[in-house]
Design a protein around this ligand. Structure first.
Ligand code: PLP
Length: 375
């Protein structure tokens, strides 16, 4: 039986065209980008071209794009530097953030470096903007607001412009974890009031272990990683040359086909939602799936029974890949902190299905058929 992969919010397959673009830099073009002879200059050029490509697509300036090892490092850098270098002493975040954000904030809090508040959530899992404004207005300290653009488990999307304007009003620094939207959504960073955003290429058919941190040109922070002068002294260490080339190529491909892919993937999500409703009684969807929601993510709560508790295991036996939460915790069997925060019903089992452009309705029919047997 062939595998059905419905866990694209965890990671995606590498596009063969991206691999082709990376290949020369994994083989004959291996020069260290910091070397001054031709091999090195060739590598340096590849990195700077990748930076220009990424900046152009996101409507940013190349000097605002820093390559990192992925979304986790980018968020750690933005949050820690906001506290250390930008004077933020209070962090406003939400219970729905990825652990890359939650654990960084918790660490700063436990070290006594900041106070922290979680913004209230509305019943559909969206951020309560009035509560955000109340928290910012009530803080005597300078605030960092760190809220994700699209939630990786339930797909809910935040309006970056609305939150950015509220942050501006209270002179707060705004960082958004955009790992689920870079490569899935058009950005116009010149006209978006945000100080930091993040990206990770393995979420859009690029290689793992490479990401970006966008730092708005008016924000001046110091490096977190010390050593050589790579990334304009902001991130020391020999660059992930082939990864960076792969990031830019994957983003280029995702952008070229954005509307077609988005519409197709969205149609898969809606089809699966309708088939589940039709064939499996007692299910419901977590998050605002028909509203402000990422087109690729569908989170379903099934009634808890002896059979459904074993659902992820049974899906796996049937060669179907889906997850109960973020991939970083799915081995830990603690359930999802996101589902607990929006819907604390112990009589349900939540499963996230997330799609890519290669998935088909036929696959959905097979998965829904298996699910119906498992409930
Ligand atoms: N933020 C979100 C929303 C994610 O989905 C992920 C990936 O799981 C990350 C951050 C971490 O990104 P990376 O795997 O590149 O460190």
């Amino acid at each position: 039986m062939t595998r059905i992969y419905f866990d694209n919010a965890a990671t995606t397959s590498l596009d063969p065209v991206v691999l082709d673009a990376m290949m020369p830099y994994l083989t004959e073009k291996f020069g260290n980008p910091s070397s001054i002879y031709s091999y090195g200059r060739e590598s340096r050029l590849a990195i700077e071209n990748a930076r220009k490509t990424v900046a152009k697509i996101l409507h940013a300036h190349p000097a605002e794009i820093f390559f990192t090892s992925g979304g986790t490092e980018s968020s750690n850098t933005a949050i820690c530097a906001s506290v250390r270098d930008l004077g933020c002493k209070h962090i406003v975040t939400s219970a729905l953030e990825h652990h890359a954000t939650l654990h960084t904030v918790e660490n700063l809090f436990h070290n006594g470096e900041v106070t922290a508040s979680n913004v209230r959530l509305l019943p559909d899992g969206h951020i309560d903007i009035e509560d955000l404004e109340r928290l910012l207005a009530g803080s005597a300290d300078k605030c960092l607001v760190t809220l994700m653009h699209a939630n990786n488990e339930i797909g809910n999307m935040l309006d970056l412009n609305v939150v950015g304007e509220v942050c501006k009003k209270y002179s707060a620094v705004f960082h958004s974890d955009t790992v689920q939207t870079v490569g899935h959504y058009p950005f116009d960073l010149k006209n978006t009031p945000v100080h930091f955003i993040t990206g990770s290429s393995h979420k859009f058919h690029g290689p793992k272990g490479v990401g970006i941190l966008y730092i708005n040109e008016n924000v001046k922070i110091k490096p977190l990683v010390h050593g050589g002068s790579q990334e304009r002294n902001m991130r020391a260490g020999t660059e992930n040359l082939y990864g960076i080339v792969g990031f830019a190529k994957a983003l280029e491909i995702a952008t070229a086909n954005y509307e077609t892919d988005r519409d197709y993937i969205h149609s898969l999500k809606l089809y699966m939602a309708s088939q589940i409703q039709k064939n499996i009684p007692g299910t419901f969807f977590n998050g605002d799936i028909y509203g402000k929601s990422l087109y690729a993510v569908l989170n379903v709560s099934f009634p808890k029974t002896e059979k459904s508790e074993m659902m992820l295991f049974n899906l796996d036996i049937n060669h179907i890949c889906a997850s109960g939460g973020s991939a970083c915790t799915s081995g830990a069997d603690q359930g999802s902190h996101v589902i607990r925060a929006i819907n604390n019903n112990p009589n349900e089992v939540a499963v996230r299905f997330s799609f890519n452009k290669h998935n088909t309705k036929n696959e959905i029919d097979k998965v829904v058929g298996r699910l119906a047997d498992m409930i």
